[in-house]
Design a protein around this ligand. Sequence first.
Ligand code: AFP
Length: 334
Amino acid sequence: MTQSGVTLQTHLEGRRAKLPAEYAPTVAAVVDALAGAGVQIERELAYAALHGRLGVAGGNNVTGDTVKKLDVWGHETVVAALRASRACAALVSEEAPEPVEMAEGAGQAGLVVCCDPVDGSSNLDVGGSVGTIFSLRPGRGRTPGGPGALGPGDQQLCAGYILYGPATILVYTAGDGTHGFTLDRDSGKFLLTLPDMRVPARGKTYGINEGNALTWHPGQRAYVEHLKQKDKASGRPYSLRYSGAMVADVHRTLLDGGIFMYPSDMAEPAKPKPKLRLLYEVAPMALLAEQAGGRASTGTGRCLDVVATEYHQRAPILVGSAEDVALAEDFYRR
Ligand code: AFP
């Protein structure tokens, strides 16, 4: 890792020409606002136990997860940051059943932001890594703005995540490669440390919640069994790595290669039940992986081709090294 001195803002400036001209300033403003929210979130995570902010807030969110106090606080922090940016027309958040409309950013170049403010929140009370995931789509000046979030993943102008681990790392793509920045806690600035990330063509690790194996698609089960078989030539068995926070698992996969998977529950084959949310988990991670030379599949098709018709829609994802994901798809076809 190198300390380049290139800040996130300078880097975003350099990406302007690659974005539709009218959206370049708002993309920069929104990513900057989310980075600022990330700095607040990382500080709060460090002090959460001391501030009495660990534990549950009570109730479940729209997708059925137990809501933690930090989920609520993180959502409010992101809403405030996006309002202040005056570049966001609407926010689709895991913690709000309907989009949060923002008159402040409702102009022609306003963006629709999809975000999971604190993803992996089951890790919060046990000192594990968590993250923020975001995706930006063109608002096209429509009111209300929320419906601009719907459509295929290819409509994303920008996607990224912030990983809160031993260091705070922001990774984003604006359609011109995938780039990572580390927070310099002294200056409060994100500095480029992972320019033009490239996912190795093949890896040595897989990540999946194996507790669900009994309800996987037969191809999914056969693929994981394959990864566990000993074969020196293809580097098997692969090692299992799974943290319970998608941001941490995908980050490791982008850097080291391999594959992270959250397939559908196929207990009732006619009614597959994926878990992860398309707009603020699957689609942004798929764009980041593809922009880093990796691949992201539902098992049977490209994740970015999945059309969102609902704000909290779910989709399966197998993401990581291109060759590993392609082989997994092959097992789904057999
Ligand atoms: P939470 O934010 O509700 O904890 O969910 C995290 C997550 O959406 C994703 O970050 C993880 O990869 C996945 O769920 C973990 O799910 P399991 O606990 O079912 O393995």
